[in-house]
Structures are given as structure tokens and as C-alpha cells.
Ligand binder design. Sequence first.
Ligand SMILES: Nc1nc2c(ncn2[C@@H]2O[C@H](COP(=O)(O)OP(=O)(O)OP(=O)(O)O)[C@@H](O)[C@H]2O)c(=O)[nH]1
Ligand SMILES: [Mg+2]
Length: 303
Amino acid sequence: MADLLARWKTGLSKTGRATFGRLAGLFGASEITGETWDDLEAMLIQADLGVETTTEVLDSLKRTVRDEGLVRAADLRSALRNELRARLDDPPPLTWTEKPTIILLVGVNGSGKTTTAAKLAYRFVGEGKRVLFGAADTFRAAAMDQLQAWGERLGVPVVTGQKGGDPGAVAYNAVQAAVARGMDVVLVDTAGRLHTRYNLMEELKKVYRVVGKALPGAPHAVWLVLDATTGQNALRQARAFKEAVGVTGVILAKLDTSARGGMAFAIRRELGLPILFAGLGERMEDLQPFDPDAFVEGVLQEI
Ligand SMILES: Nc1nc2c(ncn2[C@@H]2O[C@H](COP(=O)(O)OP(=O)(O)OP(=O)(O)O)[C@@H](O)[C@H]2O)c(=O)[nH]1
Ligand SMILES: [Mg+2]
């Protein structure tokens, strides 16, 4: 995520949502006053940290200020950075003990699943792994074509189905093909679905179960792709997908266009889910392992 900050700043200036200097103004003030706390609270809420996380961060900061006898607003900055950083984890290392390792990509419509599948394939192929795509988004012919096109560019085989066909069958065939061909990884792309739509969530559960029938123990990972611009609704999405298909990790897509991203804290706090990767653009190279230090710097820049 080396260039995350640069991209983030570009994204911020592009969207015109940047509020550069506000935090600097806040911390540049000479003394910590009641107003300092009010301003900081408003900024953290605006950065999508959510009310609970914001309250916790402020309470903890106030304790630090009292215990360490801080009086200058400038001293708050590093204390705030520490508070935010303590609320995120380094991404856990990916395990490849299963061959093939089956990874299911899930999320709401347009969050970035298919693009993320391509980015992950690019990364894994670069690590010498043999990757196969399962195009289990049978709703739209264009969705299967999209993955097919990525497959051709990446030299990754794609198992696909009929438009309107059973997504579970595609997932099943993809897993079987991967076993037969000795592949290392299967990335199963699924159709976008609103977390509030009962039937679609049931269908996703079926895909999950069918994958387990094709290969006991699979899927080995379920990654939820979240659009980083979604704000606090992302937490509701994450909760619903976690309950339905046991999400094991989150990928934050579109961080390059987001002026926010603060919901990452709530996702960790409320659901205990690790953030694994950050999507930073539309190209296949634009995916980086999540870097909490860079992320916190980005959040501090944006508020
Ligand atoms: N800037 C930016 N755009 C992204 C990123 N990830 C995805 N996109 C764009 O977001 C749009 C939707 O991406 P898709 O990968 O098709 O999303 P999806 O979740 O598969 O969508 P559905 O299959 O319709 O649910 C596309 O225009 C992508 O190029 C990212 O990290 N940064
Ligand atoms: Mg898609």
C-alpha cells in the first residue's frame, strides 16, 4: 500500500470532499478546550467511524490527556493516531494448506467483486499459483463475459454456465475442474446481491453448501468485497453476509475514490473481521495487502 496515501489524496481532491487542514487547524490551536473535543467528534463521525467507535476513541483520548497531563492540542495528533491504529489488525497471513484452496467472493451489487477476482488472480499467478475462476454470476451474461475477458488476459481458465442457470452448479463444476486439473486456487465470483433480499441470500447459502459438497471443507475462505465509499451501511452488509455464509475476511475496494473508509474500524470492532486487501484502482495491479499504518495516516489526512 506504498502509494495509498498519494492515491487517497488524489481521490480526495477529485471528489472535492476533502477537508484538508481542518484537523491541522484543530491541532494547531494552542490549548485543548471543550470545543476541541466537539470538533474532533464531528470529524470522526464524518469520516464514518460510527458513533460507538468515535465515543470509545474520544473517551480513551480524554483519559490519555488526563493521565499524561497533555495541554497542547498538538499533542493530540499522535495520541489519536495510536488510538486508531490500536483498533486495526495487520492482515493475517493467507494459508494455502488446502489444494485447491476455494475462495468465495461475495458482496452487494457493484461493490467490486469481479474486478477484485481479477486482481487476486493477477497476484496469485504472480506468486506462481495455478488459478481457476468460477463464474457463478449467472444473472447477467455480461457478468460471465467480464470474468471470461479477465481470464483471457490473465491466462486463467474460467468455468462458466448458462445465463439464468444455477450458480451452485457452476461453483460445483469449477471446484471439480480444479481438483481434476490440479489447480492451487479457485476464485468463485458470485452475483451481487442486496444483503436485505431474502431469496438472494438463500441462493448464496446454497452456493456455499454446494461448494462444500464438491470438496469437503470448502470453501476455505469467504471474502466480502465492500465498496469503501459505502459508509456505515457497510457494517450492516458485513453482518448479514457473515451470518449467511460465514465471511472470513473483508476486502475494501475503491479506497482510491473514497474520502472515508472509517467503517473499517466498526467492522473489526463489531464483527472481528480482518481487512485483508485494499482496492486502489480499476487495473489488475491495483490491489494491495491492507496496511493499517498507511490506512490510519489516510484517515488522519481525510479528517
Ligand atoms: N476506482 C476503483 N474502481 C473500482 C475498484 N474496484 C472495482 N472498481 C470499479 O467498480 C465497478 C464495479 O466493479 P465490478 O468488479 O464489476 O463489481 P461487482 O461487485 O462484480 O458488480 P456486480 O457483479 O454487478 O455485483 C467497475 O467499474 C470497476 O472498475 C477500485 O478498487 N477502485
Ligand atoms: Mg461482478
